[in-house]
Design a protein around this ligand. Structure first.
Ligand code: PA5
Length: 353
């Protein structure tokens, strides 16, 4: 098994420079904000909805936007992970079409629909067909640097949307929050990074707890729900391993009952509870009681509380820990975190039809 205290051994497994990209996430967020602010987007008359259309690593930024805007924006933000846009999309909708590669067929289809429906569109991409189409159509393109795994580009695939909404005077205070976020990420890059030994590194400790077990990630509706979803996706794509997520309070009305049988399987679960100061006070009580219900049945429970002041810093303080843990878990399995051969295979097969 790879030694997590040996940075050279870990880097050898990482063919795409995933560790380096993670370490640079704070800088990426600052650059992403600047890219968003320099893009000119026309104001939408009588705006009724914001829709983010994308898949996988290009969709999670939409969920971050949805959760961030929930208490701040007078219109709803919806995330569309499909070929087809919802019927409500029309002239009063602002659509962000997000595809890191620019070649994801569902996103290209949704982009064309947004055009047909007369929505105001912004393309967020590193290039590909989406950049070409949007360029030809006169649609604003936020072009982010290429060469990363899409899910390692979460700063580029989220922060520019906040910057655009700020330019349109729909949000304020974003720049200060991005600054706080970049500072926090720089701090945590040292704590979670390759050079930080297991004894002082919560990300490496989590990876060791996840190894050979099934991670179950629980967040709270309206705050850490997007973090739980992100951790699951990162474990899937980086470590090539299964993981599941759910949210409080909903899981208290179904999932919590399912911790009786099969007992041997339940003993292989490692549960993570994500907490944030924005959680409803009664959700906090639910987390404490739920922990008591499952402790002793599962392999273990880890509780993590967000740090920082602004919501961006708080959400990312948790996302970042999960990102690092998932990449360490990959190395513990001897797996290269960057390439996603199964997704590439699927896209290749679909391209033949
Ligand atoms: O992280 C990944 O590699 C995937 O989840 C991709 O983001 C997903 O397949 C969509 O591709 P793209 O981001 O290029 O639109």
């Amino acid at each position: 098994m790879v030694d997590l205290n040996n940075p050279e051994a870990l880097s050898t497994i990482d063919s795409t420079g995933y560790f380096a990209a993670l370490a640079e996430l704070g800088t990426q967020c600052r650059q992403a904000y600047a890219l968003g602010r320099e893009t000119r987007v026309p104001a939408v008359a009588d705006l009724s909805t914001v829709v983010v259309t994308g898949l996988g690593g290009s969709a999670i930024g939409g969920d971050l936007l949805r959760v961030y805007c929930q208490a701040r924006l007078r219109v709803p933000v919806t995330v569309n992970r499909d070929y087809t846009l919802p019927a409500f999309v029309g002239r009063k909708t602002l659509v962000f079409a997000v595809s890191y590669s620019g070649n994801t067929e569902e996103t290209l289809s949704a982009y064309q629909q947004a055009r047909e429906k007369g929505a105001t569109i912004v393309a967020l991409t590193s290039g590909g067909k989406l950049a070409a189409l949007a360029g030809a159509d006169g649609v604003p393109v936020i072009r982010v640097p290429a060469g990363l795994a899409p899910r390692a580009a979460t700063g580029y695939l989220f922060i520019p949307m906040l910057a655009v909404l700020e330019s349109l005077e729909m949000l304020d205070g974003v720049e200060a929050e991005v600054e706080e976020l970049a500072r926090e990420l720089a701090h945590y890059a040292t704590t979670y990074g390759l050079g930080s030994p297991v004894a002082q590194n919560p990300a490496k400790q989590l990876a060791l707890n996840f190894k050979g077990r099934l991670p179950i990630i629980w967040g709270a509706s309206g705050t850490t729900e997007v973090v739980a979803q992100r951790w699951k996706g990162q474990i899937n794509e980086n470590a090539k391993a299964p993981a599941y997520w759910n949210v409080f309070p909903e899981l208290n009305h179904n999932e919590i009952v399912g911790f009786e049988e099969p007992a041997a399987l339940i003993r292989q679960l490692w549960v993570v509870i994500l907490r944030d100061k924005g959680d409803h006070v009664r959700v906090g009580y639910r987390m404490e009681i739920t922990r008591r219900v499952i402790e002793g049945k599962v392999a273990g429970v880890t509780e993590v509380t967000s740090t920082g002041e602004g919501m961006l810093a708080r959400l990312y303080s948790l996302i970042y820990l999960g990102d690092w843990a998932s990449v360490y878990l990959a190395t513990l399995y001897g797996i290269d975190p960057g390439p996603v051969r199964v997704i590439d295979y699927l896209k290749g097969e679909l391209a033949k039809r």
